[in-house]
Design a protein around this ligand. Structure first.
Ligand code: ADP
Ligand code: MG
Length: 241
């Protein structure tokens, strides 16, 4: 097991956002988090990446308690890549600079090695010819793919994707989903929040339905999306489809 969240509790003031939530993710597994807006998907991902602290429970990565106050968040984040809905590339930097910036700072690896790896990733996703372009020359889909490459250049053990297609025009969603499917084929472990049920069905090994910060139902996509057991899952799916 690569990631283990045990009895995680998270509040914002009086708002209980993650309610005794437990989730385990195996290496090479892809887990899709679904649920209404406000159900806690982003908060869970942010807790795993130590962008926000938890009130109770334990989160382990490779067996190590990363929520231990003595854990170094920078060291933990080197092993986790995270991509957000808004891709947030630096507009005044080329694509190559954007994807090599963070590893430069964090890893202190040889610049040439980082550059080679970045170019390899850009080639694999068909963006090598954009390396010297500025983000505003790229489509939204291309920018989001660059943002995903940026998260991969650190060689993360785990990739967290938070609604990475939500800000895209519909015709640009496909290329990002194709890239993520490719990462799955490469064996990348991923936890992704999505409201694209078709995509969850295609890429996820397991779909987890959250409501009010609790896991209501989890299982293979065919079961959770196709034949849900819980009334709340059924209601949710009926509303969005
Ligand atoms: P989702 O991603 O499923 O839409 P979120 O994790 O963003 O849900 O939000 C879950 C709940 O936590 C919501 O009620 C939201 O208002 C609240 N919340 C999220 N982030 C914060 C924050 N930084 N401060 C206060 N409340 C927050
Ligand atoms: Mg969210």
């Amino acid at each position: 097991m690569l990631l283990s969240c045990q009895n995680v509790r998270k509040t914002f003031g009086t708002n209980l956002v993650l309610d005794d939530l437990s989730l385990e993710v195996d290496e090479h597994e892809v887990v899709a988090l679904i649920g209404a807006s406000g159900s806690g998907k982003s908060t869970l991902l942010r807790c795993v990446n130590l962008l926000t602290g938890i009130d109770d429970g334990v989160i382990r990565l490779d067996g190590e308690d990363i929520t231990d106050p003595r854990a170094d968040p920078d060291l933990v984040r080197r092993r986790i890549g995270m991509v957000f809905q808004s891709y947030n590339l630096f507009p005044h930097m080329t694509v190559l600079r954007n994807v090599t910036l963070a590893p430069d700072k964090v890893h202190k690896r040889a610049a040439a090695e980082i550059r080679d790896q970045a170019m390899e990733w850009l080639s694999r996703v068909g963006l090598a010819d954009k390396a010297d372009s500025y983000p505003d020359r790229l489509s939204g889909g291309q920018q989001q793919r660059v943002a995903i490459v940026r998260a991969l250049v650190n060689n993360p053990r785990l990739l967290l994707l938070d609604e990475v297609t939500s800000a895209l025009d519909p015709e640009l969603v496909g290329e990002v989903l194709t890239m993520i499917r490719g990462l799955k084929d490469d064996g990348m472990t991923m936890v992704l929040a999505t409201h694209e049920m078709g995509f969850a069905r295609q890429v996820a090994d397991r779909v987890v339905f959250l409501d009010g910060g609790r896991i209501i139902e989890a299982g293979p996509p065919s079961q959770v999306l196709g034949d849900p057991v819980e009334p709340r899952t059924r209601q949710f799916l009926a509303r969005i489809i």
